[in-house]
Write a protein that binds this ligand. Structure first.
Ligand SMILES: [Zn+2]
Length: 109
């Protein structure tokens, strides 16, 4: 087990930072083992990259849905409407993938 800094984001996610110290066991070999322990945790006043990306995609979906709803009530832009619906589906899949990734990450900690 070796010690690392850890950054904690407002969304609750964390990221490992700089390597700080070897544990007693690995000290002699000069290598780092796979286990990470927190040396110093610091809070970061922002969300992690993944949550930021998630929000961006989320906002894209919301505005695309609004556009589609408007076009459909006005019966205009049928081609763009179809294209936008494809986009929405693709973005939703992306969000789902990110959620899965997050869950897997949580389990491995
Ligand atoms: Zn996050």
């Amino acid at each position: 087990m070796c010690f690392y800094d850890q950054q904690i984001f407002v969304c609750g996610d964390h990221k490992w930072g700089r390597f700080r110290a070897h544990c007693n066991k690995e000290y002699r070999t000069g290598e780092t083992c796979g286990m990470k322990l927190i040396y110093e945790a610091s809070r970061v006043a922002s969300k992690c990259q993944m949550c930021k990306k998630y929000e961006v995609i989320w906002r894209k979906i919301v505005s695309a849905k609004e556009r589609v709803a408007r076009w459909e009530t006005e019966s205009i832009n049928p081609v763009s409407t179809d294209k936008e619906k494809d986009n929405i589906a693709a973005w939703q899949r992306e969000l789902k993938d990110m959620e899965l990734m997050k869950q897997t990450k949580m389990r491995t900690i």
